[in-house]
Write a protein that binds this ligand. Sequence first.
Ligand SMILES: [Zn+2]
Length: 280
Amino acid sequence: VIDIKSMPELPEVETIARDLRKKIKGEVITSFWSDWKKGIRGGYVDFARGVKGRKILDIGRFGKNLMLWLSGGRVMLVHLRMTGKLILRRAMPGAKRDKHVHHIFYFRSGKILEFSDVRKFGSLELRRSQASAQGSLKNLGTDVLSDGFTLEKFDDILNGSKAKIKQLLMDQRKMAGLGNIYASEILFRAGISPLRKAHSLTRSERKKTHQAIKDILKKAVEMRGTSISDYRDASGRRGAFQRVLAVYGRAGKSCSHCGTIISREVIGQRGTFFCKSCQK
Ligand SMILES: [Zn+2]
């Protein structure tokens, strides 16, 4: 049984950001439409007025959030949360809109960018400056794919924690980007039980886990993320990392390394998958 409560994590958002950078950098937003105004932080009117006529200068990511740098110093934050998706297409007059599409950006080129969100947890936000955008993200810890996420930084985070390692890896306030899928895969790669207290990891275990974070994420970005339930990239394509998942979603199947049956336990309300023989 696949745990479908998965959401876009760092590799999926990174894939979307890279695609969008290729496809919509330089586009000018001519108008914005929404049927779900509660999903716009700071209010619909200011947002619609604020993005109109702005050029998209660049697209990036922080943690699981997309950042779009617009002309005039504005920064748009896109929080996809559980089921948010961005779909780029050519506008087709008279075409019926999918009922899950709640926001649409219209570009001067004739293309449109749709924000579809089945569960409506996602949101949009427009900030007046880079400093203000950073203020909005100030509760997030170091991005785990950034150069700032060093072994020393990871060490500090572990030392200051009483949580189980699996929960700590997913705590966005401590380190930004990891969710349920990759936290399970990282701990398998590092050979660490998800039930261990974070601060109890030895020096060599810390090193292994830090390396596993970098390796697994790099591989997942190369494979364009994991598509388990809902995730599609900006072209509607699925990622491929689900093909190489070692433990996530594999409860009851045998471990590829030792043959032991993969366990599933609930830690912090999230299904956690691991091999009791390989992970200590
Ligand atoms: Zn095993």
